[in-house]
Design a protein around this ligand. Sequence first.
Ligand SMILES: Nc1ncnc2c1ncn2[C@@H]1O[C@H](COP(=O)(O)OP(=O)(O)O)[C@@H](O)[C@H]1O
Ligand SMILES: [Mg+2]
Length: 315
Amino acid sequence: MIKVENLTKRYAGQTAIRDLNFEVGQGEIMGFLGPNGAGKTTTMRILAGFMPATSGRASIAGFDVFERSLQARSRLGYMPENVPLYNDMRVTEYLDYRAALKGVPHRRIAERVGDVKELCGLREVERKLIGTLSKGYRQRVGLADALVSDPDLLILDEPTIGLDPNQIRQVRELIKNLGKQHTILLSTHILPEVEMTCSRVIIIHKGRIEACDTPENLLGQIRQAGGVVVEAKTGKDDGAEELKKISGVREVITDHDEGWQIFSLRVESGLDVREEIFRLAADRKWTLRELSQRRATLEDVFVEITHSDQAEMPI
Ligand SMILES: Nc1ncnc2c1ncn2[C@@H]1O[C@H](COP(=O)(O)OP(=O)(O)O)[C@@H](O)[C@H]1O
Ligand SMILES: [Mg+2]
């Protein structure tokens, strides 16, 4: 459905994306995950035909997004990062207008707009002025807009940004349902979002693709690297220093809880250091109350893959 080859975009003096290559197959929900400034919006704008690449190619359903822009665009619905809406139009009026603009046949507009209002939960606000809507409803109008021409492909740029947790859950459910009938490329800088909604994930960082796989496989790659939690009383010992001496331990973060020390260890992939920690504790006569392996999360994957210790990923 989407094919991207050697795609590069330079702005004056700065390379936003560098030599990207990926494909998204029919029916996939592909997550496009990376911190702010990674190049997500740039890539999506190019795919949606809003700006040219500096070099490389991109196509939608086999149509080059520049040479055959009209054909490519007719197959996609794009929800930009900041949805531009007409504040002084009413919801139905706006969607009717957008449907006509996108070439939905006149006799089908009412039915189609009715369908997307139903799908996006907009019935209760259909007569309201867009300018008076909450952020959550405005996002839904943006989504309804992207859907109104019934495109095969949806490109959604951070669809849950600025929403409260309740609204995020609703939009997530909606996207999951849409994924049953549409191909979706969804960008986000929020890790659990891709874990919950996407069949595959591209991790992009500083304009480059660092990984592309299913969430399960990405987690599997570093199943053991999630880390170990140790809670102990270490007496006079500097517990963190002792734990760091164990081979394979990369980082130790120390916390405190009423006289107990809580150590969070980041450990090299594939190693289980718990036995060694137990022996260390026994030798040093530490009191242990917890020694456990933490399940790896996509955040661990991200840190591992980008080698960045501050992942800039709000959870
Ligand atoms: N219009 C622009 N002019 C110059 N630089 C830009 C422009 N748009 C984005 N950039 C730069 O390109 C990089 C990628 O930005 P963007 O695609 O918006 O990332 P993301 O959506 O992942 O946050 C950033 O370093 C950003 O500062
Ligand atoms: Mg962006």
